[in-house]
Design a protein around this ligand. Structure first.
Ligand SMILES: [Zn+2]
Length: 155
């Protein structure tokens, strides 16, 4: 996190944050914390693919690119996130080859004392639209089942 020392009007970054920041060195674009020699070309590819996927999904979808022994990305809207599924296959630049997609939907968590129950649904598919569609269908059918189960209890 960037912070400002008001007494000196200087902006500085603490050591932990520096370790998370990718450094460009020739073709390598990688942070000290990662150390996997991720490439600038793979970063550029992930950024381009993330932006294209967000545009493909439509209004309100936002891309996020991050580094973890390679450049990864997701796009999200509200509580729905689309992830890329990839195997070992890589592009020449080190970028991951997207093989399919999975969507995760985490609409709520319920706190009960010191115990939290998170609601989370996921589905995978060949297209991002189908992944989101399957999770949406699952969520609707879950709502239906919960409604019916509650009705049976209170009848
Ligand atoms: Zn790296």
């Amino acid at each position: 996190m960037l912070s400002t020392d008001k007494s000196q009007s200087a902006t500085f970054v603490d050591d932990d944050d520096v370790r998370d920041m990718p450094v460009l060195n020739g073709k390598i674009y990688c942070s000290p914390r990662c150390g996997c020699k991720c490439t600038k070309a793979a970063f550029d590819r992930a950024t381009k693919e993330a932006n294209a996927l967000a545009a493909r999904m439509g209004d309100g979808w936002a891309p996020e690119v991050w580094e973890n022994c390679g450049w990864h990305y997701t796009v999200a809207k509200g509580e729905m996130t689309i992830h890329i599924m990839h195997g070992r296959k890589r592009h020449k630049d080190g970028g991951f080859v997207a093989e399919s997609y999975w969507a995760s939907f985490k609409p709520a968590s319920i706190e009960h004392g010191n115990h939290t129950q998170a609601i989370s649904l996921t589905a995978d598919a060949d297209t991002p639209e189908d992944a989101v569609g399957f999770v949406t269908q699952d969520a609707r059918s879950l709502i239906q089942r919960i409604t019916e189960a509650l009705a049976a209890v209170s009848a």
